[in-house]
Design a protein around this ligand. Structure first.
Ligand SMILES: Cc1cc2nc3c(=O)[nH]c(=O)nc-3n(C[C@H](O)[C@H](O)[C@H](O)COP(=O)(O)OP(=O)(O)OC[C@H]3O[C@@H](n4cnc5c(N)ncnc54)[C@H](O)[C@@H]3O)c2cc1C
Length: 494
């Protein structure tokens, strides 16, 4: 039994069904995908969650394990421009899939010395990724000692070199002289819902993950969820939507089923929970299983967001598929969010222009589909963001875009706003935190629960578990949960 059809739950469903197990997925929403959801603005379907797909190999491996191939299931195109970045109407920098092209763009933007520093930084990011890929990212959750053991004496130098005890911000200060580049690469911490001022330098690996390829899914990211649900179904899994699980039931300390919010009881010999681990810890699945995982105290939550899904005409600035408009004071932005727990007064703005193609072609004629996102504190469970707060945030958000030359002809009738309060309603017990526990401090990555819990028959999958958030990482967690469940079944039978 799988509770939740986010990418972690869907992956577990595929893997278990492919091994011939009887699988039922219970999902409280009306469609698969979880955060990888789609909203309707007017008649247009828009991605309202993740937009940047990386680590293609993860999805290839899942499809292959299911006897198919990624190419047969999903139409993917590699983005030529990883992202466009702007600080004002005249300061603009593109990063490209081609490393040398990025280096040349950096030379033109910040000078030849910075070009060299960028290449050295990229090498470092690649080394961190390579050091951690097998012993940490793809493997069951290790402790710090376990990680050292896994890399072995030969890999120890590599582990020390990845600077686990330095913050990302200080490490980036050693790499770059141009503060704009430090800000650009510091933003990768937010891909894990974290602040570059508190995240370990290890998160620089995200830069390599992007450099390794950003993929665009034909039909939008939500399509990937639909395809994965379809694949699981073809393998025999059953899906029930609008089915909210209110309790995991135990018999002699072992999982024996679930109860739905409508009172229906469904027996099961094992359950994988794909909801946030804090939902388990805070008792949303019943008091008896709440001890299975530690709670995430509110100060340790990752970032939330305020998003606008729009269908509008965007003119005056050449948007790429992914464009970031940076705030003038990055430290103040994170202080606002994390120290003062308020919407940043001057936020950095990310825009996904869903109708722009992989080759940075011309803008579509007429209105286009846009997702605008700013980071926000995960306080959606204790604070309801009122209209004037949102309007103020919209003014600073769209004001920055105007200053950079981008005019979006907004029609409120063609916009949908999502606040941390709405994210909390969609993903209970998170406060709207979109990435589980923040990766702040070197121990944070080791504090995410692994797939196995203290309760026999109860497993976890999703972005709040090991190896971490983001679509590919949550998918990997789904693989790990399926593998743990299968291994335990075999050993119990023995
Ligand atoms: C706006 C936004 C932008 C993002 N951008 C990116 C990006 O560009 N790239 C990237 O890789 N990642 C991005 N992410 C993060 C990424 O979307 C998530 O890390 C990933 O999708 C989480 O997957 P998951 O497996 O944890 O499941 P989730 O998506 O969290 O889904 C969990 C599912 O469990 C269901 N559920 C919970 N409780 C119950 C219950 N009691 N009964 C039944 N069902 C239940 C929920 O309804 C939900 O469908 C973004 C997220 C958001 C919101």
């Amino acid at each position: 039994m799988i509770v939740g059809a986010g990418i972690g739950g869907l992956t577990s469903a595929i893997e278990l069904a492919a091994r011939g197990l009887e699988v039922t997925v219970l999902e409280r929403a009306g469609a698969p995908g979880g955060k990888m959801r789609e909203v309707q603005v007017g008649k247009a379907p828009l991605d309202a969650g993740p937009t940047v797909l990386t680590m293609r190999w993860v999805f290839e491996a899942i499809c292959e394990a299911a006897g198919s191939s990624l190419a047969a299931e999903v139409d993917l195109e590699q983005a030529e421009v990883l992202a466009r970045h702007a600080w004002s109407a005249s300061e603009r920098l593109d990063l490209f899939a081609d490393l040398e092209r990025s280096a040349d763009a950096i030379a033109a933007f910040s000078g030849p010395a910075e070009r060299q520093r960028f290449l050295a930084f990229s090498e470092d990011a690649r080394a961190i990724y390579r050091t951690l890929k097998e012993p940490f990212i793809s493997a069951t959750r290790p402790s710090p000692v376990g990680l050292v053991r896994r890399v072995g004496p030969g890999g120890l130098g590599g582990l020390i070199n990845i600077k686990p005890f330095a913050t990302m911000w200080s490490a980036l200060g050693e790499h770059f002289r141009d503060p704009r580049l430090r800000q650009l690469f510091g933003r990768y911490a937010t891909y894990c819902g974290s602040s570059p001022y508190a995240a370990p330098a290890t998160l620089m690996l995200v830069a390599h993950v992007e450099q390794d390829g950003v993929w665009l899914v034909k039909g939008g990211m939500h399509q990937l969820a639909q395809v994965f649900a379809g694949l699981a179904q073809r393998l025999g899994a059953t899906f029930r939507y609008q089915a909210e699980v209110s309790e995991i039931t135990l018999e002699r300390g072992r999982v024996d089923g679930v109860t739905l919010a409508n009172g229906e009881r469904i027996p099961a010999d094992a359950v994988i929970i794909n909801g946030d681990t804090n939902a388990v810890a805070s008792g949303l699945f019943g008091k008896r299983v709440s001890r299975a995982v530690p709670a995430t105290p509110p100060p340790e939550r990752s970032l939330s967001a305020i998003t606008w899904n729009l269908v509008a005409k965007a003119e005056g600035f050449p948007l790429s598929r992914h464009t970031v408009f940076f705030s003038g004071d990055y430290q103040a932005e994170f202080d606002d969010i994390l120290k003062h727990q308020r919407i940043p007064r001057a936020p950095t703005v990310y825009i996904c222009a869903q109708d722009r193609d992989a080759h940075d072609g011309p803008a579509p004629e007429g209105p286009e589909r846009l997702l605008c996102l700013v980071n926000a504190p995960a306080i959606g469970d204790t604070h309801s963001f009122n209209r004037s707060e949102i309007e103020q945030c919209a003014q600073s958000t769209f004001g920055l875009l105007e200053r950079c030359g981008l005019h979006i002809q907004q029609d409120p009738a063609h916009a949908q706003v999502t606040t941390p309060t709405v994210f909390e309603q969609l993903f209970p017990a998170t406060g709207g935190a979109l990435y589980g526990r923040a990766s702040h401090g070197w121990m944070a990555s080791f504090s995410r629960p692994g797939a196995r819990t203290k309760i026999p028959g109860l497993y976890l999958a999703g972005g709040s578990t090991h190896p971490g958030p983001g679509v590919p990482m949550a998918a990997l967690s789904g693989r790990l949960a399926a593998a743990s469940l299968t291994a335990d079944r075999v050993s119990t039978k023995r």
